[in-house]
Design a protein around this ligand. Structure first.
Ligand SMILES: [Zn+2]
Length: 96
């Protein structure tokens, strides 16, 4: 099952959604316009694109601050741990 969490700028405006699928791949859905949940009438989010790699300088359309997106190290660690575990299971099968 996919995990979803919001990705915000330094001031809490939502720049997009981060999802991680069952294979540990982390992706960012970038909103065309940042969403300010403190506003009286927040704009409806519109997804501009989906990225899996690093994206430099994503600018918040509300406050103008800039962030760089990179897939989390945590996701990579989990992926590597899973690969290691699978190798271990294969070895056990061969012995028994
Ligand atoms: Zn902002």
């Amino acid at each position: 099952m996919d995990e979803m969490r919001i990705w915000t700028c330094e001031n809490g405006h939502v720049l997009g959604l981060v999802s991680r699928n069952g294979r540990g791949i982390t992706r960012l859905m970038i909103y065309r316009q940042a969403v300010d949940h403190q506003a009286d009438e927040p704009v409806a989010p519109e997804v501009m694109g989906i990225v899996e790699g690093t994206v430099l300088d994503i600018r918040c359309s509300v406050c103008g601050c800039v962030r760089t997106w990179f897939p989390s190290q945590e996701a990579l660690d989990k992926l590597l741990a899973r690969v290691g575990k699978q190798k271990g299971e294969i070895a056990v099968e061969k012995i028994t």
